[in-house]
Design a protein around this ligand. Sequence first.
Ligand code: SF4
Length: 347
Amino acid sequence: MKGDVPVGGGAPVSVQSMTNTHTEDIDATTRQVNGLAELGCHVIRVAVPTVRAARAIRAIKTQIGIPLVADIHFSASLAVHAIKAGADCVRINPGNMRDWADVRKVVRAAKDAGISMRIGVNSGSIRRRKGLEVVSEKKAKSQDIVALMVETVLRYCERIERMGFDRMILSLKTSDALSTIACYRSIAKKCDYPLHLGVTAAGPAAESAVKSAIGIGALLADGIGDTIRVSATGPPEQEVIIGHQILKAVGLEEKGLEVFSCPTCGRCEIDLDGIVDEVRRKTSHIGKNLSVAIMGCVVNGPGEAAEADVGIAGGRGFAYLFRKGRKIRRIPESEIVPALLAEIEKL
Ligand code: SF4
């Protein structure tokens, strides 16, 4: 459980993102969190690199409506500050803490506050860590990355369980979709902790969307994973949008209004790009499952348009309008968007 959003135990898969503001800037961070929540972000993570950032969590929490995860590296004291300021969960990598006494301090604070901890390990840090070794250096060098990550996380869990704490959520991210899939498939067989899925450092939105759809999507399709974060360079809003697209694609969320449009080719005689863009923008609020086909010409257009709830097939400066498989009328290009929107409203 993180704040009001249950994670694991059969709860719906939640979508997370991470702010890219300085957490110390309370107004900017709050604004971004609330904007992301409006887009469908269920849980937000913020960076906590300083004591001021940790303390800012108290004020941020009073102005947001979704659970907040404090992202901590290296410092037990920052984690304790963040927990005392009201963080709903702390994300730590025990491997970059100084010693087990430090980990124990964080565990004790999380336990006292009744919150969960995410134990997060990334492929980038796993062979370089200088702090807590749970696998011998020789073994770490010889094991493949998947086996090393899984064994390391399980050993962390055992140590933390011996401290009397089991409210853990685990993540094992690599920047490669296939090894991410292998890590989570392996750990899912070995323990029952909720899993936070993600492909780390996945690149700009387009690359990230592909890697995340493969990495996260394949795992969700296997029934693995309780919460997800798409990692994409740029505005975090795109992470939330891609995250929900993945959930829809694997059937874990209602599809809402889906636009099917052709890629266009030399036969297209209408501004299909512009029409698709306008229809998508003006229907983004519609949650009902509806299909809208926007096709460039009469070669494949009528077939696709007739299969959708509403559709058009373009001609030279005009289009045929379809509703529920029936051709209704011919409309001039300038009326395509209003006519589609009117038909969608009727449905
Ligand atoms: S529907 Fe027509 S315009 Fe669109 S890709 Fe097919 S042939 Fe080209």
